[in-house]
Design a protein. Sequence first.
Lengths: 371, 374
Amino acid sequence: MSEPQIEPEIMRISWGPQHPMSGQTRILIDVDGEVVHRLIADLGFTHRGIEKILENRTLLQGLIPIERMAMVDTANIGLGYVLAVEEALGIEPPERANWIRSMICEICRINSHLYAFGLQVESTGYFPAVFLWTTVDREVLLDLMERLTGARWSYNFIIPGGVMNDLPEGFQDKVREAVNYLRGRFRQYWEAMVENAVFEMRCVGVAVLRKEDAIRLGATGPVLRGSGVDMDVRKDEPYAAYGDLDFKVITEQDGDAMARLKVRFHEIEQSLNIIEQVANEIPGGPVRVKIPLFPRPKPGEFLSRVETARGELGIHMFTDGGMNPYRVKINSPSLRNMYVFERLAELNRILVADIPVVINSIDPWYLDCDR
Amino acid sequence: MRGEAEMILSTYSWIVALAIIHQLIATSFGSIFDVLDIISKMILEAPSLLMKSVLFNLKPLTQIIVIPGLAFILLFAIIVVWFERKFLARAMLRVGPYYCGGRSGVLQLIADFLKLFLKEIVIPQDAHMALFVSMPVILPTIPALAITLIPFDLDWVLFRAGGLSLPMFFAIAGFSPLIPVFAGWAANNKYTIIGSLRTAFLYISAEIPLVICASAVAIMAGSFDLVRIVEAQSTIWFAIPQFIGFIIFFLGLIIEAERTPFDIPTAEVELVLGWRTEFSGILFGFTMMAEYVSFLAWALLFITLYLGGYNGPNIFGLPLYSHIFWMLFKLAVLVPIVILIRGVFPRLRMDQLLRLGWYYLMPLSILNLSLRWP
């Protein structure tokens, strides 16, 4: 360090929860002028005790609170819980249900990524044009999900033993229409974001997370893949129908805010491919197996891993033979990435103006962090 | 007794010393003091000017009240805010204000103004009361004062400063960054202090290239008089021979008006609202109005220096009307372009702006100056 060894006059700014860009959290920032010295994430403003609530619900009732963890990514989290429950009950869903599950999960992933890069673009000071474009385009997917499940958010459609219902008539055509529409729109996003000179200046080289740091700090999801680590639970331990589907794991080598954005961008393209494959090649058959209304799981420990939009979600469920689980531990991807966020100020030179870009490139969902 | 005598003596010697220093500076930098004299005369003579105009003729009164005076400035602020909302809403797949005043939403601004006017003014406990209340009120008057120097016709200038009008514009506009700095300090909040420091940096990096570009125009026209600069453009606009200066001045205009991508002092996603964070009610309204008045002042200067000012074909019978029309027409073309930039670009970071100002705009403006040297 060539800076003079004088004790700098540090000012601590409280960033949120009353702030236009902070979300439901508070970040304490130690700044010297415009340079950030330290970031402290003060989480817990939205703690709802979901883990404790799950102990007081039967296995099927537990699906409702756990899907509230991240509303924008609800099916992926619900699927994580359902996989653990299915393991505890020892049941296997039919193949058609697995394909429908994959499709719903990918729609949720697109939803979530669209929201994430809408926010990242807005956080660079873009007058919220792109954010509103993403909101309008998410409407297409929400309409699709409303047609399938009857709900726009929090579907509770993936249940132990399969999915709630079969696809409605003509649904595959609607899916193909939506996929074509979104593919057309993404060219515009690419021009508005990645090819925009000022946006590039704000994102390239900001908050670089190198490969070894990303592994050491336990990053996950697009943050990890943006640093060049090829890891995706969908490929490594295929669940649902991902073993039969054809898709690539996206990685970027740069590790900066732009790399994370590009990972999300290309993952949306892959998700669109998956959705199209499901619409074209879905096998026939039943969509659910009968399970009792109050199932009794066998005692033991059950673990499930799924790749949500923000990274790997782990559900660790302990049962003691009663109707309710004894304990459910949720390993949330957002919380893991928040640890990375706190360290980024030590690894890089971050300015005050970069903080919204950095936090939205990490893309935490605070309800998910606090559970 | 002795103490008093000493005090008087020392005061006297101080006055003599100051007078000598003043004389020395005045001889070397005479023009600066002339500018300050004229500004003070403007402020002092305004009431008598008003009286004279009421008593003797209506022309200055029209200039003060209609154009380029109060009504023009206020109407510009109102129309541009409305237009910006509707125009940018199209870029965002929205419809903009929709309910007040029909589909066009024209009455929304009046509703907003009434809301701001009737809201309680909250003054933080630790704020410097006098500065906090006075600064937003002073702020819009500074660019409004600069607008009085802009010619709308050969003899339709509210304040005729002759060969000093271009330096005076910069002298007056040079005061405007002081007000946010004081206001941010007075509010005594961490966000406002960071915002006010950013304001100071922003203006320093923008104003020097602007002055250099303007002096290149003055060299080409052979005068600092804005009227003569406009008259010199009757054959060809200076935008064509001074293309580099034209681009630099356009960027500088956006920087000076604190608009995206250079609205760094009020960066909403970073600093809540920068130095404006603590203002509420009508004080906030004044700060927002000041942004648009300053935008107007710099846009008018830009038109005067590079886009031929009031020159244009005579379409009405009287040259005065067509001159004012062409001025407003050029403004109406320029404003949407500046507004559209807000819908297309993100905000630069402070260090990137300083790099732009000192590494690119400054050398390019000096290059522009030397290219046109006779």
